[in-house]
Design a protein around this ligand. Structure first.
Ligand code: F6P
Length: 361
């Protein structure tokens, strides 16, 4: 009797981003075409593994989704199996139930497409015996051991376009336009979009700002006849000696703190200290929406396909990562030991300073 076909599962966890469907497609098509495996799509991240929500994926199911934003499997950035609230009850550790469900699904391997929260959980599950590999995605680009994550490039494009649009209205009304971008505790998205969009002041979490310095830059621009300014600020930024602004706490999430609101604070302080008119745009979840950029489609295809190969080789506990121009297997534990933040000496920062951009320090 021939051996039963191998069976691979795929889930997307945490906050969504452009490129997730491209990653699911890559895992599934590689599994079907190259390794003759059956594919199971797990719905809503780890929630699907605890509450048994899954579906078989055929070639047709994953055809035509390369350019679609979001994730057709659904995602959850609340579902932490080690602290899970089922049916509104008090959160508890349901990781053993998850393990039982995976066994019942007869999965030979699982691909977890996720950011820091999802892959930290994946690493804990791997240590508990789950045969899995990771694929890095997040608009925050804050995972270690990979040069870039799926979704980051698309979010940079969205944020840059928003800054471009703010430029024209800022010019007409001679205003200071503050734009607050996502990224949690890492300033990558703000740095890239801020530089690409020609922000006059760029403020990132890794470089706490001095409000006096920020105001001085804005007043000097005004004196030189530049009667508008653009301030690009990360949601995780804080003034020197001050705190980040927390919007809400999501108790049972792997990452409970939700940031947001620093844009309003700095705009008030700018108006108070300079007399200039300031307006705030909090770009929010727009940064996670829309179609993936060509780069993200390509990255997701390469990482997803490579992750499937890792499962076929039974090389578990790894993450598919972009290293230079190559895709390589790295240890999952190295990807999640801490987040990757911007070095204030980063060459992009040096170039930005050279062209007159202020970092508010
Ligand atoms: O990690 C991705 C991210 O979009 C962060 O940049 C942001 O802080 C957070 O998720 C927002 O989470 P939620 O979707 O729960 O509001």
């Amino acid at each position: 009797m021939p051996n039963a076909k191998k069976r691979i599962g795929v889930l997307t966890g945490g906050g969504d981003c452009p490129g997730l469907n491209a990653a699911i497609r890559a895992v599934a098509k590689t599994a079907i075409l190259k390794h003759d495996m059956d594919v199971i799509g797990i719905k809503d991240g780890y929630e699907g593994l605890i509450e048994n929500k899954s579906m078989p994926l055929s070639y047709e199911d994953v055809s035509g989704i390369l350019a679609e934003g979001g994730t057709f499997l659904g995602a959850s950035n609340k579902a932490n199996p080690f602290n899970y609230s089922m049916g509104g009850k008090k959160p508890r550790d349901l990781s053993t139930l998850l393990l039982r469900n995976i066994r019942a699904m007869k999965l030979d391997g699982l691909v977890c497409v996720g950011g820091d929260g999802t892959l930290t959980v994946a690493h804990k599950l791997y240590k508990k015996g789950v045969k899995l590999v990771g694929v890095p995605k997040t608009i925050d680009n804050d995972l270690r051991a990979t040069d870039l994550t799926i979704g980051f490039d698309s979010a940079v494009i969205t944020a840059t376009e928003a800054i471009d649009k703010l430029h024209t209205t800022a010019q007409s009304h001679h205003r200071v336009m503050v734009i607050e971008l996502m990224g949690r505790y890492a300033g990558w998205l703000t740095l890239y979009a801020g530089v690409a969009g020609g922000g006059d002041v760029i403020i990132i979490p890794e470089m706490p700002y001095d409000i006096k310095k920020v105001c001085k830059v804005l007043i000097e621009r005004n004196k030189k006849g530049k009667r508008f300014s653009i301030v690009v600020i990360s949601e995780g930024a804080r003034p020197k000696g001050g705190r980040m602004v927390v919007k809400r706490i999501v108790k049972d999430s792997a990452e409970p703190i939700r940031l947001g609101g620093i844009g309003n604070k700095i705009a008030n302080d700018i108006e108070k200290n300079t007399g200039l008119a300031a307006r705030v745009t909090i770009l929010g979840h727009l940064q996670r929406g829309g179609a993936p950029s060509p780069f993200d489609r390509m990255l997701a295809t390469r990482l997803g396909s490579f992750a499937c190969d890792l499962v076929a080789k039974r090389d578990f506990g790894k993450m598919a990562a972009l290293r230079g121009r190559d895709i390589k297997a790295v240890d999952l534990k190295d990807a999640v030991k801490s987040i990757r933040r911007v070095d204030p000496e980063h060459p992009i920062i040096k170039s930005a300073i050279a062209v007159g951009t202020s970092f508010g320090i």
